[in-house]
Design a protein around this ligand. Structure first.
Ligand code: CU
Length: 369
């Protein structure tokens, strides 16, 4: 039997037999054409945009915990630095002015800098420092990588990134998000870091002050000076976990977390975990389906990180509060908490694209002290 015969036999099977059948099939095709809507056009890909903004580096005094303040070098005066959010393929033009007594850069962690390697922010390797006392630089590049990225200084990193707060989130939205990303109702950013009270008052005490870290924080604040993550049953909570300057074993009570991305990239096989390791520099994105009303600790499982200068409880600890269960138990630690709904950038993440500053993260200006 020839190939042609097979094709013809199959055609006859599909269309039916003889001329009558052919007429019937034609009618059926017309009916089918009327009943089937045209295939939905693919969502239009937005044209790439250019986001131009000013950034500064300021000397500021940050309150990390009750009774503990430290000198920081703060992007736009705040720790964490302002949220920068763009779409994959957009361009960024960041004009940076350094108003401090130290030299700094900005490294755009995760961006590949294709054909723009001089914008990478590594001094002495692909660029120079931004001079102290008003020096400027302009970083121009394309957001050629998607996901939970970040930016940080690349000068004397153990001091500037380690204990001076020189880091902030850079979120690059994918042009084609995963189905689960479209389900998210609350998108939260948690940046983990540590501090050393011995060097708090002297910027230049040590080039590496990370040998005696004694305060631990999320988004620059230690428990109980930080904030809860408030949710409702049915929320699909995305947590973007950043190891800004500390290794963290992040544990959530009452839920499993679905690990969807590492370093902004989708993992080939998402998996569930109740404790997620986030190494320094890494980002891990997890999805939590909020199906278990209650108040649930979310914390680092490195025990030393749960104290403030040796006093526990403290440190890198927060609480997921479901609205349904209320907060009025007389013994509840945070029953009278003054609530900041943007402490985890949940409100900032609703504000669209560009550079989004946040007054709640501002330090006190050094010259005002
Ligand atoms: Cu720096």
């Amino acid at each position: 039997m020839s190939q042609t015969d097979i094709s013809r036999r199959n055609l006859v099977k599909i269309a039916g037999l003889g001329a009558v059948a052919t007429v019937a099939a034609t009618g059926a095709n017309e009916a089918l054409a009327k009943a089937t809507p045209k295939a939905a056009p693919k969502a239009a890909v937005p044209a790439p945009q250019t986001h131009k903004f000013d950034m500064t580096i300021e000397e500021a005094r940050l309150t990390v915990a009750r009774g503990f303040e430290t000198n920081v070098w703060a992007y736009n005066g705040q720790v964490p630095g302002p949220l920068i959010r763009v779409r994959e393929g957009d361009s960024i033009e960041a004009h940076v002015t350094n108003n401090t007594r130290g030299a700094h850069t900005i490294h755009w962690h995760g961006i590949h800098q294709k054909n723009t390697w001089r914008m990478d922010g590594a001094p002495g390797i692909n660029t120079t420092d931004i001079n102290s006392g008003g020096g400027t630089d302009t970083y121009k590049f394309v957001a050629d990588r998607k996901g939970s990225l970040w930016y940080h200084c690349h000068v004397e990193v153990p001091n500037h990134v380690g204990v001076r707060g020189m880091w902030g989130p850079l979120i690059v939205d994918p042009l084609e998000p995963l189905p689960i990303e479209k389900e998210v109702t609350k998108d939260a950013i948690l940046m983990f870091s540590a501090w050393n009270s011995e060097v708090a008052d002297d910027y230049f005490a040590k080039q590496d002050p990370t040998d005696n870290l004694n305060y631990f924080s999320v988004n620059g604040k230690s428990f109980p000076y930080n904030q809860p993550i408030r949710v409702q049953k049915g929320d699909v909570l995305r947590l973007r976990l950043y190891g800004a300057s500390i290794d963290v074993a992040f544990h959530l009570h009452g839920h499993d977390m679905l690990v969807t991305h590492r370093d902004g990239l989708p993992v080939p096989a998402p998996y569930y975990a109740d404790t997620v390791y986030v190494a320094m520099g890494q980002r891990v994105d997890v999805i939590v389906r909020c199906d278990n009303p209650g108040r649930w600790p979310a914390h680092d499982h490195n025990d030393h990180h749960l104290s403030n200068d040796g006093n526990a409880p403290g440190g890198l600890f927060t609480i997921i509060e479901y609205d349904e269960v209320g907060r009025d138990d007389p013994w509840y630690l945070w029953r009278r908490k003054e609530y900041d709904p943007d402490f985890y950038f949940v409100e900032s993440m609703k504000k669209g694209y560009g550079l989004i500053t946040q007054s709640g993260f501002k330090g006190q200006k050094i010259d005002e002290i």
